[in-house]
Design a protein around this ligand. Structure first.
Ligand SMILES: O=C(O)CCC(=O)C(=O)O
Length: 288
């Protein structure tokens, strides 16, 4: 597809009215234009220096936030799941601050019970920061759900990947968590804060964390909700309910509104699985 003068004019009029460049890009993309056409229209309409400044400032920001220069963060913020939020199977609870979705009955009772068994058999005390150190931030038991140990987990991983629309090759090994009364995961961010030792250690290997996909495997008797501290929103565990949020903004900037906590379990047990996606991986990040 080659962009016509009419669409170049459309771009010019949007710019004149002060529409953000990301919005203009989105509009053109929705019309079916590819990156080459979009760049052409922007180059034609932005004054040369402004175009350069725009491109440069995006690159400078990516560097400051420790982002991958080749990743398209805008597309990464809009995988299949975000486009399928129909209010029934996928429900958006998000706002301008955070992309947040829930999917009731994402896993059935049998799948949840099988995963609980796997977690109970394999769990050990939780560590944070890539399992390097024990921490009082997280007092649950953890288990890594490596697929070669549990072929059933491969099915679940594929269901997560298909539903979210992001490739497993852009994700970490899934983890299971088991909380007993009094155990919790205190407020934290899933992304590696730019400038932190974790950022230096993990981002160079597999990139920054983007989406978190978590599933409650049981209905906790009392306590154990997931609390989004900056939104003052608490989700209550329901068996099979999936919760999914983007830890990055559309620009790729780590989003502090994603801070959350696993509240202390009061009675009963709580089991969850979590898969974290990254901003770098092999092949295309998208499944479709
Ligand atoms: O247990 C929860 O509800 C939250 C778990 C969590 O914060 C995490 O795995 O990053």
């Amino acid at each position: 597809m080659t962009i016509s003068d009419e669409w170049v004019e459309w771009t010019r009029s949007k710019l004149k009215r002060g529409t953000a460049i990301t919005k203009i890009r989105e509009g053109l993309k929705n019309e079916g234009f590819v990156e080459k056409d979009i760049k052409y229209a922007l180059k034609k309409t932005l004054a040369k220096s402004a175009y350069k400044q725009n491109v440069q400032s995006a690159a400078v920001k990516k560097k400051r936030w420790g982002l991958d220069p080749s990743t398209d963060y805008h597309s990464l913020a809009h995988p299949t799941l975000t486009r399928n939020a129909d209010g029934k199977s996928v429900i958006s609870l998000g706002s301008a601050e955070l992309q947040l979705f829930v999917i009731p009955n994402f896993l059935d009772v049998e799948q949840c019970n099988t995963l609980i068994e796997i977690i109970r058999t394999n769990a050990h005390l939780s560590r944070v920061d890539g399992y390097q150190r024990l921490s009082d931030i997280r007092s649950s038991r953890t288990c890594s759900l490596a697929v070669h140990d549990h072929p059933f987990v491969a099915e679940v991983n594929h269901a997560i990947s298909r539903t979210l629309g992001l490739s497993l090759r852009w994700s970490e090994v899934s983890q299971g968590q088991w909380y007993e009364p009094g155990q919790q995961y205190k407020p934290h961010l899933d992304y590696f804060p730019p400038g932190s030792p974790e950022h230096a250690q993990f981002v160079s290997a597999q990139g920054q964390r983007s989406w978190t996909f978590m599933v409650y495997l049981n209905k906790t008797e009392h306590g154990g909700g997931t609390h989004f501290t900056q939104l003052n929103k608490t989700l209550i565990p329901e068996q099979g309910l999936a919760v999914c949020w983007n830890n990055l903004r559309e620009s790729g900037e780590p989003n502090p509104f994603s801070e959350h906590a696993g509240l202390p379990v009061e009675t009963g047990s709580k089991y969850i699985i979590t898969k974290w996606f990254r901003d770098r991986g092999e092949g295309s990040p998208f499944t479709q």
